[in-house]
Design a protein around this ligand. Structure first.
Ligand code: MAN
Length: 409
């Protein structure tokens, strides 16, 4: 600052000496930005940010008339004034009026040192080259992004149509399955009844058998007491054989019924599983269709996708419309959009020790690919992350970039 002051004193003295012999008047719009140039035309000048009017002859006359300093855009007469360097080839820029003719080149086009001893070289083209390359890259990125965005919109239309069709189809499939289950359940009920009847029969046979066995025992006892009688033995043997055959027959029927029941149960279960799968699918589609995917559903391309970002400490995972994680720690579930689709907010994550529940704010910006980057934790357990995506590119921004590039030439 001291150095600037010394230079200022020396150059002011020189200016005074030279100024006596050289006093080319400044144009009225010298040091004015293109946006304000129209206010410096005409007979009278209205101070731009204070309520005063002066004759146009008092503009850039090296005497400060306006309280806001706007009547001296090209000189250092107003301490609160600003000088605009056009910097053709680079970027236009405002500097404080006090830097005008202070012996230091502030503008790359040297326009701030028009009457000092300092001969400034115009370095704008050189400086602007890098900037233009960056601008061109940005333009390229935007153009590519916009192309991809158009594809995303086209895909979104197809996805939406196919999901709506699937939903309709699934809804139609539900009722017949329900019906089939009911029918199978009736069949199973009947089989259960058959089973019970068969069990009753078996019990009956068992009782008959028990009775026969008692008869056999009685006969045996008889045999032991009386003379062996061969006819009675034969009769008992015959009856026992018949009984055995009947029982065998009854068991086979019973086994058949059991098999049938088992088969029906399996079928019912399979149908119930398929019903549950379809109902889950319906719920998923309904939830998806309720989501806000922005204009033309362009953000649908991010649905169901996850993006990882590795830092030294953690791997962050961002699944738009779903969840965000820091390794195994939940940073929250998707809650809402903010700022006209510029931010996604994920809240209600894992409780922070001695702090809030974790949350993360995602800033979406135009990029030629989907990519998460620059994760930060500006507040304890409050995170931010950036997500580049073609879905966030917009035509207007590309136009601004093209204009910016035009202006710098
Ligand atoms: C973990 C991480 C950090 C967080 C602390 C808070 O280490 O989730 O991001 O700041 O917990 O205790």
């Amino acid at each position: 600052m001291m150095m600037r002051l010394n230079i200022l004193i020396v150059s002011s003295l020189l200016f005074l000496i030279i100024g006596l012999s050289y006093s080319k008047p400044l144009s009225k719009d010298y040091g004015v930005s293109p946006e304000e140039i129209e206010f410096y035309k005409g007979e009278k000048f209205n101070c731009l940010r204070s309520n005063k009017q002066v004759p146009i002859s008092q503009v850039n006359d090296d005497y400060c008339d306006c309280p806001d300093g706007t009547d001296e855009p090209g000189t250092s007469a107003c301490s609160n004034g600003h000088f605009y360097c056009i910097n053709k080839g680079h970027k236009g820029q405002f500097i404080a009026s006090s830097f005008v003719n202070d012996g230091v080149c502030d503008c790359c086009d040297g326009s701030d040192e028009y009457s000092s001893m300092m001969k400034c070289k115009n370095t704008c083209n050189e400086l602007g080259k890098e900037m233009r390359e960056k601008q061109l890259q940005d333009q390229e990125k935007y153009a590519q992004g916009l192309k991809k965005k158009a594809e995303m919109i086209k895909d979104a239309i197809e996805v939406m149509e196919s999901k709506t069709a699937s939903l309709e189809k699934l809804r139609k499939e539900i009722e017949p399955i329900n019906q089939e289950i009911k029918e199978l359940e009736v069949l199973k009920e009947n089989k259960d009844k058959e089973k019970q009847q068969e069990l009753d029969k078996i019990k009956e046979k068992e009782e008959e058998f028990k009775a026969k066995t008692t008869l056999e025992t009685t006969n045996e006892e008889k045999q032991q007491q009386d003379i062996p009688d061969n006819d009675v033995v034969k009769e008992i043997e015959k009856e026992l054989k018949e009984n055995e055959e009947k029982e065998q027959l009854t068991s086979e029927v019973y086994d058949e019924i059991l098999k049938g029941i088992e088969q029906l149960e399996k079928e019912i279960q399979t149908k119930r599983d398929s019903l549950r799968d379809k109902q889950n699918e319906i719920q998923k589609i309904e939830e998806m269709l309720k989501m806000d995917f922005g204009k033309n559903n362009v953000f649908l391309a991010l649905y169901g996708k996850c993006f990882d970002l590795k830092t030294k400490e953690y791997t962050y995972t961002l699944c738009p419309f779903d969840r965000a994680n820091q390794g195994g720690t939940s940073l929250g579930k998707f809650e809402k959009w903010e700022n006209d689709y510029e931010n996604m907010l994920f809240t209600n994550g894992q409780q922070c020790w001695g702090g809030p529940k974790r949350s993360i704010k995602v800033s979406l910006e135009c990029g030629s690919e989907n990519e998460a980057y620059d994760v930060q934790e500006p507040g304890k357990c409050e995170y931010t992350i950036k997500l580049k995506t073609p879905a966030s590119c917009d035509e207007e921004h590309l136009k601004v970039l093209l204009l910016e590039n035009d202006h710098s030439f």
